[in-house]
Design a binder for this molecule. Structure first.
Ligand code: HEC
Ligand code: HEC
Ligand code: HEC
Ligand code: HEC
Ligand code: HEC
Length: 384
């Protein structure tokens, strides 16, 4: 946070840099996600030319870009420098690839390339080919449910993108590049508690159809009452092409009930769904024994789960009742809370294999207490 970069139209004016940095620092405590504010020229260039030089120059790019922005998605969001949040005018751009010590909630693609962490590894996250290179180990989509009519366009490791048809953010029927897929999301961005989720802009983090409570600084600061809140169900359902379909009509692919786990399951369906047709899923019903770890399943209120009372920042639960107005520090109190994909994984990349939130291979020893092992936050007797 000490050296946050301020991008400006006349960025080369050396004398103004300390002032801009100071402004950035003073503004820092109040920068929060909001409908975009700020002068157009901070983010847009009309001709991509000023004094004969390219203005679409974020992150050393030259442009021009669709929607006349001064950066591409990567130019704005993956600047790969030492800052998790980069100021542009009064706005703050959340970074998905950077080397600052603090990561934002989604994780950090720099773990895949090795720019940060214990060394480069494709297993540490979602490989976006043009950002991280493709995953050389995984070729097909793990847990993907293949239907004959999906063969032509099913997402795989070489075509996964940030947004659009083979991506995650925005409308997933449109091309990934600007302005398609994301177009209109930034200027209409709704913050805080998102329960409607019928457009990209009023969905959790532009993940169309996902509900949730957005932390204002993407968890740059984080604490027991300062974090995102995820939506979950008490019981998982069968995801398929019928009633509970992920084909969201006019808005494209979306999770039928708005939960983050159903959202992951729009690609990794077999790791979430109950058994049906060609997918064996997590088992035939939502009761133990399961054949894969359940998600969108409420924690029982007895047994070892009865001891879960505190919201864990290592292994966060999802809320099955109404979303709270403010982030909560308790778990499993008024309504049951549920295990979600994000209880164990981050969304972009982490420093651990399989994109896990903790060092599963070294920290999770049955019979040995270890606060760094997230499994113990729900399986509270397995460290005894
Ligand atoms: C000109 C710079 C710029 C470009 C280009 C840009 N973004 Fe953003 N983006 C921002 C800013 C600034 C914010 C923070 C908005 C806010 O505070 O509400 C943001 C926020 C976001 C968020 C978080 C929304 C939320 O609810 O917190 C996502 C997701 C996102 N952008 C995705 C993308 C994708 C995908 C692309 C490319 C298709 C893209 N952005 C292109 C500047 C940009
Ligand atoms: C902090 C960065 C930022 C600022 C400031 C900003 N924009 Fe944008 N704008 C974006 C991004 C990023 C996109 C493309 C992605 C999208 O549409 O969500 C965009 C898209 C647009 C679009 C096409 C999509 C839409 O929502 O209509 C228009 C028109 C637009 N901006 C106009 C303006 C004008 C006019 C201003 C100044 C009054 C302005 N913008 C200021 C970031 C910004
Ligand atoms: C748009 C489709 C799509 C969505 C949505 C999606 N994934 Fe993936 N995921 C992929 C693909 C393709 C791969 C294989 C490529 C790779 O590993 O880089 C993958 C790989 C993974 C891996 C293995 C990473 C590795 O290299 O070992 C994990 C873990 C994972 N996804 C979890 C999630 C979680 C959690 C969510 C929801 C937050 C999610 N995925 C949402 C497409 C998707
Ligand atoms: C957010 C809470 C949560 C976390 C974190 C969690 N689990 Fe679970 N786990 C559950 C719930 C809920 C069940 C199902 C309980 C039931 O209905 O019997 C379960 C069930 C299981 C089962 C038994 C499945 C069966 O057939 O009954 C195993 C084994 C398991 N978990 C292992 C793990 C491991 C290993 C980790 C860490 C990688 C982990 N869990 C992390 C909540 C969690
Ligand atoms: C209880 C913790 C836990 C939960 C919840 C969980 N995962 Fe995993 N996931 C793991 C672990 C541990 C691995 C490593 C492989 C294994 O143990 O089977 C893994 C591996 C993966 C992989 C990589 C598989 C491969 O072939 O490399 C994907 C993809 C994945 N998970 C997606 C998901 C999705 C999607 C969800 C939600 C529907 C989810 N996970 C929920 C713990 C979890």
């Amino acid at each position: 946070m000490t050296d946050r970069k301020t991008l400006n139209l006349r960025e080369t004016g050396a004398a103004s840099i300390p002032v801009l940095l100071l402004c950035g620092l003073l503004l820092w405590p109040t920068v929060a996600s909001a409908v975009i504010k700020g002068v157009c020229s901070d983010c847009h260039t009309m001709h991509n030319s000023q004094d004969g030089s390219a203005m679409a120059d974020f992150d050393g790019e030259t442009g021009p870009n669709q929607a006349l922005t001064r950066g591409s998605c990567y130019g704005c969001h993956a600047q790969a420098n030492g800052q998790a949040l980069v100021s542009v005018g009064t706005a703050s751009i959340p970074q998905v690839m950077h080397t600052e010590g603090t990561d934002l909630a989604g994780g950090n693609f720099a773990y895949i390339t090795g720019a940060k962490g214990s060394g480069a590894s494709d297993a540490k996250g979602h490989n976006i080919s043009s950002l991280t290179g493709i995953d050389d180990t995984i070729s097909a989509l793990p847990g993907g449910i293949r239907q004959s009519f999906h063969e032509d366009f099913i997402v795989n490791t070489s075509n996964l993108t940030c947004a659009g048809t083979n991506g995650c953010h925005g409308y997933r029927y449109a091309a990934a590049s600007l302005p398609d897929g994301i177009s209109g999301a930034h200027h209409n961005n709704v913050d805080g508690k998102l329960e409607t989720a019928d457009k990209h802009s009023n969905s959790y983090r532009f993940l169309t159809g996902v509900t949730g409570l957005e932390d204002a600084d993407w968890q740059y600061t984080v604490g027991s009452n300062d974090h995102n809140e995820y939506s979950a169900r008490t019981t998982p359902i069968t995801l398929g092409c019928g009633t509970n379909s992920c084909h969201g009509g006019a808005v494209g692919i979306k999770p039928p009930d708005g939960t983050i786990s159903q959202y992951c399951a729009t690609c990794h369906g077999n790791f979430h769904t109950l058994t049906s047709g060609s997918s064996d899923g997590i088992g035939v019903d939502a009761t133990s024994p399961f054949i894969r770890h359940p998600t969108d399943l409420a924690l029982p209120n007895d047994g070892e789960y009865g001891a879960v009372t505190t919201y864990s920042l290592i292994a966060p639960v999802g809320r099955t009742g109404a979303l709270p107005d403010t982030p909560g520090s308790t778990a499993n109190s008024t309504d049951s809370d549920a295990v979600t994909c994000l209880s164990c994984h981050v969304a972009h990349a982490s420093d651990y294999p399989d994109m896990l939130r903790w060092d599963y291979l070294n920290d999770c020893d049955a019979g040995t207490a270890n606060a760094d092992c997230g499994c113990f936050s729900c399986h509270t007797t397995k460290d005894d």
